[in-house]
Design a protein around this ligand. Structure first.
Ligand SMILES: [Ca+2]
Ligand SMILES: [Ca+2]
Length: 133
C-alpha cells in the first residue's frame, strides 16, 4: 500500500517535470529510475529514464517526437538534430529508434567528469540550457 502511494507521487512529479527545465531536475530527484538510490544515473538507469522522457514528450503516442510536441523554448540538441527526419505527415520529428540511438552520445555528453554516472549537477547543467531530452 505504501509503495502504491509512492508511485502516484512519482507520476505527478513526472508530469510536472514535462513543462520546463526546472522540471528536469525534479524528475531526476523523484522518479524511480535511480534504482540503487545513489542520486546519480548509470547508463542503464539513464536509458530507462530516457524512455520515460520520450513517452512524455510524445503526446500523441505515435512513437515520434514532432517539433510541435516540444515544450515552449525547448531547444533541439545537435545530437538529436542530425537524427531528425521531415515528412508531410509528422513534419520535423525524431523517431523512437533515433531517440534510443542517441542516448549513448547523450550519456557521454552529460557525464562531464567521466565517472560513468550522471550526477544531479551534471543533469542540471544540461536541463538549464533548455535542451530537449
Ligand atoms: Ca508524437
Ligand atoms: Ca559524472
Amino acid at each position: 500500500m505504501q509503495k502504491h502511494i509512492f508511485t502516484i507521487t512519482v507520476a505527478t512529479a513526472v508530469l510536472v517535470g514535462s513543462v520546463g527545465a526546472a522540471g528536469c531536475i525534479s524528475i531526476f530527484k523523484r522518479a524511480p529510475f535511480d534504482t540503487d538510490g545513489s542520486r546519480d544515473f548509470d547508463i542503464i538507469e539513464f536509458k530507462n529514464f530516457s524512455k520515460k522522457r520520450f513517452a512524455i514528450l510524445d503526446k500523441n503516442g505515435d512513437l515520434a517526437v514532432s517539433v510541435n510536441e516540444l515544450p515552449p523554448n525547448a531547444k533541439i540538441h545537435p545530437i538529436s538534430e542530425k537524427l531528425m527526419r521531415t515528412d508531410k505527415e509528422k513534419g520535423k520529428h525524431l523517431t523512437y529508434a533515433a531517440y534510443i540511438e542517441q542516448l549513448d552520445e547523450f550519456f557521454s555528453l552529460f557525464d562531464k567528469n567521466n565517472d560513468e554516472k550522471i550526477g544531479l549537477g551534471e543533469y542540471k547543467n544540461f536541463c538549464r540550457q533548455g535542451w530537449v531530452h
